[in-house]
Every structure is written in C-alpha cells, then in structure tokens.
Ligand binder design. Structure first.
Ligand SMILES: Cc1cc2nc3c(=O)[nH]c(=O)nc-3n(C[C@H](O)[C@H](O)[C@H](O)COP(=O)(O)OP(=O)(O)OC[C@H]3O[C@@H](n4cnc5c(N)ncnc54)[C@H](O)[C@@H]3O)c2cc1C
Length: 530
C-alpha cells in the first residue's frame, strides 16, 4: 500500500474504531486522527513504518515487548491510541510536533522499567513514543567517552564498552535490561557509585528534542536544562535522544563475592555492623546487603564488588569488617563486564552476549516497589522486627545500597539528585507476586504500605526522601484528568529532589511553559496549571 493510501486508510479505520470503543466518553478522541494526519506530512522520513495502532496486528506485541511489570499488563490497563517506534531524530521531532499540535499526551518509553509504568500508561488518551529501536552506541576509547542512544539498554552499553576495552566501565545499574533513556535521566546508581558516583555524575552531553520539536545539545539547551535532565526525570523536559558519557577506569580483573547468612545465625549482628562500616570502607569496595525470604526464613546476602584482586581485598575486609568472615574461597576474580552478569545472578561462564536484548516479550511478575534513605543505623531490635515482617509477608526482597566515598563529595545541588552526604544507605523494597486477581493485588499493595509505615522511625524524615528511579505513586501524584496545584506537585517533588525541586520548576517554566511534557509525577511549570 502506498504511503498516502496507508494513512488515509488508517485514519478512516481509527475514526470508526475509536468512536465505537469509547462510546460517548468525555475524552477528546478525534485528536488521534489529527495526530496521524499530521504525521503523514512527514512521510519522506518513512515514519508510516513506525506507527502501530490498535488495528495493527503487531500492536500488542510491540506494547508488551517493554512492559516489565505484570501489574500494568492487564486487560483493564489503559492502552495507547498509537505507538510510534522511533528510528531517527526526525521521527521523534515529528511525533512531538504532531502530538503537541493535536493536544495528545505523549508518554516516552526507552526500556519500560518505570515502576509505575508512567512511560506507557496514562489516565487520559495518549500515545507512546517508543525509543527502543534507537540503540546505537559509539564508544571512543581515545577520548574515554561514548555516545549512547536512549533506547540502548545498560547491557548493550556494557557489552559495547567491553568490546573496545577491558579497563573501561560506566557507573550504572545492575539490571542490564534497563533503558539508558529513563535510567540516566532518573539518576542511575550501581555498584561503582562509591568510587565514581551515579550515571548522571558522568554525563557530559546530550541530544534532546524539546517541546517545540527542536533538537538541542548541551550548548544549545544551556546549562540549566542540561542540569535538569540529569536526575530530574527527562520526561518532564523533552525527549532524550542520546547521551554522551564519560567512561571510568577499572582494573582488568575485579573481585566479586556473595556471602549469605541466615537470621537464625549471625545475619542480624553482621547487618548491624555493616551499617557502622559500609560508608567508611575503601571506595574500591561496594557491599550491598540483600535480605530475602527463602523457605520461610530471612537470608541476608552480602554481595560485594572490589576494584582489585582477592589478595588486596581479604586483608582489607578482615581489618574493617571482620564480622563478615570473608574467605578467599568466597571470592571470584573476573573482568568487569563479567561482573555485570554475576550481579544478575548468572553462572560464571555465561557469555557476555547474554547482556544483549532479545526480541522476546519478557516474563513478568506483579510487583510494587518503594524506597527509603537511612541516615542513622537501624537498631538490632528493629532489624529483628523487620525480619519478622518480611517472613510474614513472604514475597519481599530488600536491597540496601551503601553510600560514602564519591557519593559524599558531590554537592546535593550538582544535579537534581539530592541524596548525597549524610546518607548511610538507600533501601529498595520489592514486593512481587504471581497470583492474578484483585485480592492478591490488594494484599501485596497493603503489605508494601504496612512495611513502609513500620520503617518510619528509622528512615529520613521531613521530607521522607525517595529515589526517582524507584518511582512510587504512593508518595504523591496528580491525576492527568484534573488540574492540580504546584503545591501538590511539591509533595512528591520535595521527596525526590529536596530543594532542587524549586530549580526544576524554574527550568520547566522556561523550557515547557505550556506543560506539554506531563505525567502523574512530572515537574509542573510555575503557573501551577498541571
Ligand atoms: C528489574 C529492575 C532493576 C533495576 N535496577 C536499578 C538499578 O540498579 N539502579 C537504578 O538506579 N535503577 C534501577 N532500576 C530502576 C530504573 O533505573 C528506572 O525504572 C528507570 O527509569 C528505567 O529506565 P527505562 O528507560 O528502562 O524505563 P522507562 O519506563 O522507559 O522510562 C522511565 C521514565 O523515564 C522516562 N523516559 C524514558 N526514556 C526517555 C527518554 N528517551 N527521554 C525522556 N524521558 C524518558 C519515561 O517516560 C519514564 O518516566 C531498576 C528497575 C527494574 C525494573
């Protein structure tokens, strides 16, 4: 079918489908026709090949390809009016320009890991701009930098770096299916953070499509906007097309270990002691504490990575943290790229091609996550109560990620990510379940809220800080079908960004005063109309 015929057919068909499926709903459905007609003007960019509407046989598989949480894969989950799988800057520009002129809300998706699905679900009619085909990575070892398109995953990035060098790395997350588009713009932490900080501390340029559909780089967007997209959530400000990152040095071999202790033995004492020392350890060493319920008992894993050999690690741990009882036999030396697979609990000999994405729909669980920051050690009595609650709730895993080192040296205002000096560790709570239905859903959502409530005396207060990459709508949200005040946005804004919220609002007001880029937890312009 020729391009123009394709568009005419699509528009006519959608007019019928939308009016039938939405009945006399109050939504402004006809805008999708205007949107598609607008896109047809860009037919020289081959954009028609990138459009999926509910009438397209591949629509559901494209939608599901990057849904990572079953909570948002149900028949009642709102679905987009169209998905545009962008393959070039001009596709992104066309989609932004046409969505804006048609008054249609846009959701931007790269890896689809958003814990509350804000990259592909909205409570008003919307389209999804899917960035996953934009996955090229250009590593330049000579300058120690790389350009990474937003649809590339962390696994692709780690793989490409390793293809060029075994002594370069990039500080980012453990889950390698995560997309760089969302991960970097939300902060991006991983096991190199005590040595090198977060992903956002190592980004040196970006290409972004703004609300006017114009491409900007660091120079043309200016330092304020460049600051905002490094931890303030890109989706409030524009579409990140690509990042330029600074690679960091690592030794040819790093050491990893995973020491597991049961709370029936000495796990409580060791976890308590970890809180005293974790931020003070050599910054080459990162030890995550991961309590998990296994066959009705809490097992605490002490998962470590050391930027050096076993022979330097053992005396260092024996001196600073002897309670761990780390032995040489617990440790494995490997190239940094292989350690990214170790952290994902893959067998030692897994080939690094396992880091690359597949075209298969991911196996998903239902899950709900929340986050907290701890500034003073949690007493042993409370640790025991936490284990009891975990045992009661059963399907819960926690990750405690230590601060100190480089994280304490970077100012809280250097990027929108404010959680720096003064934190001992970041907690991630993950409740997951497999049972379908409302009863299980309510039960686990309530468990997550009860544990969060229980933790109140032991974590940050006023505000109770939260990590943007661990998005949680429980901490405050605005609904897209209603207008709400700036004051309401400041409830979640202060938890994610503390005082940086004010600067983010100022940047937003300058670059997107009409609030085109909006979501349930976006930064509003100061007019207060969300
Ligand atoms: C299994 C798992 C493990 C994780 N591990 C870690 C970890 O180790 N460290 C860590 O820091 N986080 C981790 N996260 C959280 C993850 O970093 C965030 O959810 C991140 O936002 C995901 O990015 P994404 O591109 O995959 O997600 P998406 O859902 O595509 O996007 C997330 C957010 O970013 C926006 N966005 C996406 N792409 C763009 C773009 N190109 N331009 C502008 N805005 C964009 C979306 O609209 C949405 O608001 C993990 C999440 C999961 C599910």
């Amino acid at each position: 079918m020729k391009t123009m015929e394709f568009f005419s057919f699509l528009i006519a068909f959608l007019t019928i489908v939308m009016s039938v499926s939405q009945g006399n709903a109050t939504y402004q459905i006809p805008n999708i026709e205007q949107f598609l007609a607008c896109l047809s003007k860009y037919s020289n960019t081959q954009i028609h090949e990138a459009i999926y509407t509910p009438t397209n046989a591949s629509y559901t598989s494209i939608l599901n390809l990057h849904i990572q949480n079953k909570r948002f894969k149900t028949p009642s989950t709102p679905k987009p009016l169209a998905i545009i799988t962008a393959k070039s800057e001009s596709h992104v520009q066309a989609t932004v320009t046409c969505a804006r002129s048609s008054g249609i809300q846009i959701r931007i998706r790269s890896g689809g890991h958003d814990y509350e699905a804000l990259s592909y679900v909205s409570d008003v009619p919307y389209i999804v701009l899917d960035m996953f085909p934009l996955e090229s990575i250009d590593v330049d070892i000579k300058s120690g930098s790389a350009w990474v398109q937003a649809g590339a995953t962390l696994g692709q990035l780690y793989y490409q770096i390793a293809k060029e060098s075994n002594v370069h790395a990039f500080p980012a997350g453990v889950c390698f299916t995560v997309g760089t588009g969302g991960h970097f713009s939300g902060g991006g932490y991983g096991n190199l953070m005590r040595k090198y900080g977060l992903s956002v501390d190592n980004i040196i340029d970006a290409r972004l499509v703004n609300a006017n559909g114009v491409i900007q780089d660091r120079k043309s967007m200016g330092e304020d906007l460049f600051w905002a997209i490094r931890g303030g959530g890109g989706a409030s400000f524009g579409v990140i097309f690509a990042w330029r990152i600074k690679l960091v040095p690592v030794p040819p071999q790093v050491t990893v270990f995973n020491v597991k202790k049961s709370v029936k033995e000495d796990a409580t004492d060791v976890a308590y002691q970890w809180q005293q020392v974790a931020t003070k350890l050599d910054r080459d060493l990162f030890i995550r504490v991961q309590p998990n319920v296994v066959s009705g008992t809490v097992i605490v894993s002490f998962i470590g990575q050391f930027l050096g050999p076993i022979k330097r690690l053992i005396p260092l741990v024996n001196k600073a943290f002897p309670e761990l009882g780390l032995k040489e036999s617990d440790c494995i030396e490997m190239a940094w790229v292989n350690s990214t697979l170790f952290w994902y609990e893959m067998p030692k000999d897994t080939p690094i091609t396992a880091l690359l994405p597949t075209s298969q729909e991911p196996d998903t669980l239902y899950f709900k996550s929340k986050s907290d920051y701890v500034k003073t050690p949690i007493p042993k009595t409370a640790l025991k109560q936490i284990w009891d609650l975990m045992t009661k709730y059963n399907n819960i895993l926690m990750q405690w990620n230590p601060y100190g080192g480089r994280m304490e040296e970077i100012s809280s205002f250097a990027t929108p990510f404010p959680h720096r000096k003064g934190n001992l560790f970041l907690i991630l709570y993950i409740f997951s379940w497999t049972e379908d239905g409302v009863e299980a859903y309510d039960r686990y959502m309530n468990y997550s809220r009860s544990l969060y409530e229980f933790m109140t005396p032991f974590v940050s207060l006023s505000p109770r800080e939260a990590f943007l990459n661990y998005r949680d709508l429980d901490i405050g949200a605005k609904h897209q079908s209603n207008s709400t005040s700036l004051k309401k946005a400041s409830i979640y804004g202060r938890k994610y960004y503390r005082k940086n919220f004010d600067r983010l609002v100022r940047v937003k007001t300058l670059v997107d005063p009409s609030n085109f880029f909006t979501s349930e937890q976006s930064i509003p312009p100061s007019s207060g109309h969300l």
